[in-house]
Every structure is written in C-alpha cells, then in structure tokens.
Ligand binder design. Structure first.
Ligand SMILES: NC(=O)c1ccc[n+]([C@@H]2O[C@H](COP(=O)([O-])OP(=O)(O)OC[C@H]3O[C@@H](n4cnc5c(N)ncnc54)[C@H](O)[C@@H]3O)[C@@H](O)[C@H]2O)c1
Length: 303
C-alpha cells in the first residue's frame, strides 16, 4: 500500500512512518520541519506545509491510497496565544489533506485527533459517546477537523478513521514541548536539573506508549474502523506525583520535585476508554507504563 504520512518528522509521525515501512508499505512523508526533526529511515521525506495547495498537487502526482494526517500545531498554549495560526495549520491543513485525498482518489484518511476535544470530562474514563466540549483553540481545531472528515465521507465517499489520542509518550518525544512531560522529567532527572509539578501533584493523565499508538494507526489504515472514531489510551489514570516517582526510579535519580502553582486551563484529570478500539480495530495497549518508561529513559540517556 502507498501511504502518505503528514507530520512524518514528528514524534508520532516518524514512528508511524518507520512502522508502515517495516510492514512493507511504500511511505511518503510530508513535514515543514517546524517542530519535528526526525528522518524516518525508509520514507521519502518532502518539505511541505500541510496548508499549502502544493500538497494537493503532490498527492495528485503520487497517488497515495491512504493519508495518515498527523501534521499539526500541537501546543495548547500557543493555540491560546495565536488561535489564527492554530486554525491555519489544524483546520486549513485538514481541509487541504482532504482535498489531497479527493484529487488522488485516496481510499481513506486516518486522523490524529486529541482527547482534548472532550474538555473537562464529566466521567472517567471518558465514555466513547461523550460530547465534544473543546476548551482551547487547539481542541476546537481538532473537533472542527473531525467534522470535515465526516462531511468529506458523505460528500465524496472518502473513508476515514479518527484516533483520539490520550497522552502519548516514548522515544523521540521532544522535552521542549508542553505535552511530553515524560521526556521533560527524563531529560531533567538524567542531567540533574530540577523538576516541577504544577498544583498539588494529583492531576492525572492517561499515558499510552508510542508503539501502541502507531499500531492503532496501522490497523486503521486497512478496512477496519471506517467512518468511526476511537479513543486511544489505556483507561488508566496516573497522577503527576506518581509519574515523577516512577521516572525517578527508572532514571536512578532522587524523587524530589518542586511544586509550582497550578497553570490556568490545565485539566484536573483525563483517561479514555480503549474498549471500542478493542472491538472495532482489534487494538489494545500492550506496553505497561514501567516498560514504556524504561525504553523512554534509555533513549533519553543515549540522546
Ligand atoms: N503527543 C501527544 O500526546 C498527542 C496527543 C494527542 C494528539 N496528538 C496529535 O498527534 C499528532 C502528532 O503529534 P506529535 O506529538 O508527534 O507532535 P510533533 O510536534 O512531534 O509532530 C507534529 C509534526 O507536524 C509538523 N508540522 C507542524 N506544522 C506543520 C505544517 N504547517 N505543515 C507540515 N508539517 C507541520 C511538525 O514539524 C512536526 O514534525 C498531532 O496531530 C497532535 O495534535 C498528539
């Protein structure tokens, strides 16, 4: 199968490109290298802005069967500071990726959405049929992109699967961003820098390992899960404080974080239900948090 991966220089996109190539697919990667700097080994990489109409011409020429759309403005804080730029990349980028799918007669688009679309959840793990209540421009742009996918399916018959990702972690995640708390802790604890928890340390997140996430994408590239969205997480909550203890243990560093005031807009808790992905995609998370942390800390040690 010929697959176009947008955001292929990014954390998740580069792992996905590697996995698809290892499975024998022909992989074309597109990225503007604005935040990602990875070069997947067996993908042909092309420097392109996803919102640039040149993407449509590129796809028309290269005729991918499936487009995995991961390129995005990924920072919630940047989206609040500059909602227009966020929408340019995340909304216009989605429309452009769908136009690319239309002109190239692609069979399917697989989209990386975010559990941020649920806002502050009323129930945990978030039930699969929960209403979308975006609480940031980033979450709103992801919810909007999801709507476009449904509309293109109705209008043009282009199939899609939406994967609503919990907190993804693993090797290659940048410690510079705001999402990669495990990379941030690993980097700091291995180099003796101070670490900080915002609030009382009892906020929770659902951490899912990147190899499990790309497995979900790989399954969704086939015929499974057409026209559906699946939450990709473990269903388990880990508090910030427990996470710090675990990373410190694995890194062999002291477990002594500083505490800072809570950041406005931070969600108190999050976990999503992997049940529907189990039945719809045959997917389940296989990597325990401890195993995933060991691999991530090992990578940070070598990086
Ligand atoms: N990491 C997570 O925990 C997480 C959680 C939920 C959803 N997601 C989604 O998964 C996808 C991948 O995220 P990631 O963690 O790998 O982030 P990342 O920043 O490592 O990857 C995003 C990639 O998109 C590229 N990009 C940004 N703007 C672009 C543009 N205009 N044109 C072309 N390329 C552009 C960046 O250079 C980068 O390589 C994103 O859509 C993100 O919203 C990630």
């Amino acid at each position: 199968m010929r697959v176009l991966v947008t955001g292929a220089a990014g954390f998740i996109g580069s792992h996905l490109a590697d996995r698809l190539a290892a499975d024998g697919h022909e992989v074309m990667g597109v990225d503007d290298f604005s935040s990602g700097g990875n070069r997947p080994e067996h993908a042909q990489m092309h420097r392109l802005d996803v919102a640039d109409p040149a993407l449509v011409a590129f796809a028309e020429h290269r005729r991918p069967e499936v487009i995995c759309h991961l390129a995005a403005q990924v920072s919630v804080r940047k989206s609040v500071a500059d909602p227009l730029r966020d929408a340019q990349v995340n909304v216009l980028g989605m429309v452009n990726a769908l136009e690319a799918a239309r002109v190239s007669s692609a069979r399917k688009v697989v989209f990386a959405s975010s559990c941020a679309v649920y806002g502050v959840p009323a129930e945990l793990p978030v039930p699969a049929d929960a209403a979308l209540r975006p609480a940031s421009p980033y979450a709103a742009s992801k919810a909007c992109a999801e709507t476009y996918l449904g509309m293109y399916r109705t209008l043009y018959g282009i199939d899609h699967t939406i994967l609503t990702l919990a907190n993804v972690y693993g090797p290659r995640q940048s410690p510079e961003g705001e999402a990669g708390v495990i990379s941030i802790f690993s980097d700091a604890l291995l180099t003796g820098k101070p670490t900080r928890l915002y609030g009382d340390g009892r906020n929770t997140r659902d951490y899912v390992y990147v190899h499990d996430v790309v497995d979900a994408f790989s399954r969704a590239c086939g015929d499974l899960g057409g026209g559906r969205r699946f939450d990709i997480g473990t269903g388990m909550q880990t508090t910030d404080r427990d996470l710090h203890t675990l990373v410190a243990e694995v890194a062999g560093a002291p477990d002594e974080p500083a505490f800072a005031p809570p950041r406005p807009g931070d969600l108190p808790a999050m976990a999503v239900d992997p049940g529907p992905a189990r039945t719809g995609l045959g997917w389940s998370p296989r990597t325990s948090l401890r195993e995933g942390l060991k691999a991530t800390v090992e990578w940070a040690r070598r990086a």
